[in-house]
Design a protein around this ligand. Structure first.
Ligand SMILES: [Zn+2]
Ligand SMILES: [Zn+2]
Ligand SMILES: [Zn+2]
Length: 305
């Protein structure tokens, strides 16, 4: 961890952040250092900056002042307040009126499902098997367990979350776990088994067929992978692990490229993708189009508008 105390007690330039510290009120407050914050157009002490930064990353309520959005993703804030990089302080920057499934913000959200009334209705119709007029459903909402890679205490873990698509699974993970941090790892090497005609995960120590990993899923969807050679008793009666793609951790450039190729419709408001920001690994990147331009941002790393 870097030591920032130096910068706060001495005047001069801080090279990690390229801000300059100075005594603003040498008579009234000697030795109290300020710097000029361009985002808030104010001179701030480290403490004042820290307060703003912390408030900007607290769970957003409807009455959170808009000016605090300016602090989100601020590189100076991040450099000055190391503690802010602690995932538990990176709470939800999502608006409470945002549907976890379709991302719309203009409809009422049903708290028990986290989805808007429109998505809720379509799911009800899917469960009933027909729409309100008894007709066939054009876009049924099928929920299936989707795996997300989550870091817990710095270690990779996996969790199954019932969702309509990958992006919804990520959003649900963020909503369920404060400061959720994702990873893009697989539980073992995936190997094509010609004999059975499918991919299998293999234990690092036992790469042969006997080391095919089994999976144990608890009631929360937390998934543990067990090698039958390393832990024969634990693996007894467990099913073979299902191979699926890892959580997608991507750069803005990659996501833009994918969207340009596959997305022809304009996207009017910021819409979450199924790709997690490779800078913070905390939030799915969002996209929107303005005219012919496609824009991509992380709601956590990039300044909110
Ligand atoms: Zn919705
Ligand atoms: Zn093993
Ligand atoms: Zn980010």
């Amino acid at each position: 961890m870097r030591d920032h105390t130096n910068a706060a007690t001495q005047s001069g330039r801080d090279h990690t952040t390229s801000i300059s510290w100075y005594e603003k009120f040498p008579e009234l407050r000697p030795n109290v250092q300020y710097f000029d914050c361009s985002r808030l157009s104010a001179s701030l002490t480290r403490e004042a900056c820290h307060q703003n930064w912390t408030a900007a990353y607290a769970r957003r309520k409807d009455d959170t002042p808009l000016r605090l959005q300016k602090c989100q993703g601020c590189p100076i804030g991040r450099a000055l307040h190391d503690g802010a990089n602690d995932p538990s302080s990176w709470a939800d920057v999502r608006l409470s009126n945002e549907c976890l499934r379709c991302g719309r913000r203009d409809l009422r959200v049903i708290p028990s499902t986290g989805t808007c009334v429109s998505c809720w209705n379509r799911r009800r119709e899917t469960e009933r098997g027909h729409n309100a007029r008894g007709g066939k459903l054009v876009h049924p909402i099928i929920l299936s367990p989707r795996r997300v890679g989550l870091l817990v205490d710095g270690k990779p873990t996996w969790r199954l979350i019932d969702a309509h698509h990958e992006g919804e699974a990520l959003s649900r993970a963020i909503h369920q776990i404060d400061g959720a941090k994702f990873h893009g790892q697989q539980p073992g090497q995936s190997v094509w088994n010609k004999r059975v005609g499918r991919f299998q995960y293999r234990c690092d120590k036992h790469p042969g067929e006997f080391g095919t990993l089994c999976e144990q899923v608890d009631s929360n969807g937390a998934t543990e992978y067990v090698c039958p050679v390393c832990r024969p008793r634990a693996a007894k009666d467990l099913p073979e692990a299902r191979v699926c793609s890892p959580t997608s951790i991507q750069s803005r450039e990659f996501v833009k490229e994918v969207m340009r190729t596959y997305c022809v419709e304009p996207i009017e408001s910021w819409t979450a993708t199924e790709h997690v920001c490779d800078r913070c690994e905390h939030y799915p990147l969002q996209v929107r189009t303005i005219g012919k331009q496609l824009h991509c941002r992380c709601p956590l790393c990039d300044q909110a508008e």
